[in-house]
Ligand binder design. Structure first.
Ligand SMILES: CC(C)(COP(=O)(O)OP(=O)(O)OC[C@H]1O[C@@H](n2cnc3c(N)ncnc32)[C@H](O)[C@@H]1OP(=O)(O)O)[C@@H](O)C(=O)NCCC(=O)NCCS
Length: 183
């Protein structure tokens, strides 16, 4: 049901043409951001507990609409949405993944991060109350708690909010990759 995926440099026209001839479909462009946002603890942010899982899934099911599965017209919306829910479940189950929630006390947002070398990768980040500085506080709290030497994150070129968000955190786009699916 989920198609296989390949990513190539967004400027690599030769590979792109060859893949298209081979039946691959262009889906989206993924941008990778890197930087070192400020570190600051926040009182309403804490490590996620097992009981926060359903609330985080509910946020993810509504918030993520630009990822490669949602962007693929061949994939039913329910399948793309369930894939994100499953991603959240995996983050909660994976003890090497650091998950923080913003709880006021209802869960308003969450961030999941993984270690990459001496840096951290934002695996997932979302809020159900946009433009209230919830996600920027989550990032800064994670920086203060985990103390990575740098932070990396990916977002789709079409995700204008995501791109502006990472730029506002002082992160810069270091890579653009085209995503293709087959069949
Ligand atoms: C992108 C997202 C994570 C931002 O979270 P947020 O809590 O709304 O962001 P913040 O309030 O902390 O915003 C911090 C700054 O980012 C920029 N920004 C964030 N959203 C913006 C938007 N929709 N338009 C313009 N600028 C925006 C602004 O500079 C903002 O500061 P300001 O409000 O003082 O101007 C949130 O919109 C979201 O959950 N999106 C769906 C999931 C997603 O796309 N995740 C990230 C990529 S995978």
């Amino acid at each position: 049901m989920i198609p296989i995926c390949v990513r190539i440099d967004a400027d690599d026209k030769r590979s792109f043409d060859a893949l298209k001839l081979d039946g691959w479909r262009e889906i989206e462009v993924l941008e990778t951001y890197r930087g070192k946002p400020d570190a600051k603890h926040h009182d309403l942010i804490r490590r996620a507990l097992d009981r926060d899982l359903l609330a985080c899934i509910a946020i993810a099911e509504k918030a993520f609409t630009h990822d490669r599965l949602h962007a693929d017209p061949n994939i039913p919306l329910a399948v793309a949405t369930e894939a994100k829910a499953e991603w959240v479940r995996k983050c909660f189950a994976d003890r090497s993944c650091a998950v923080f929630v913003y709880a006021d006390p209802a869960i308003r947002g969450f961030i999941a991060l993984k270690w990459i070398d001496d840096g951290a990768l934002i695996d997932l980040i979302a809020t159900n109350k946009p433009r209230q500085h919830i996600c920027s506080r989550l990032v800064k709290h994670a920086m203060a708690d985990l103390k990575p030497s740098y932070l990396r994150a990916g977002t789709q070129q079409k995700n204008q909010e995501g791109r502006l968000f990472y730029s506002a955190l002082g992160m810069t786009c270091i890579k653009r990759q085209r995503t293709l699916h087959k069949p």
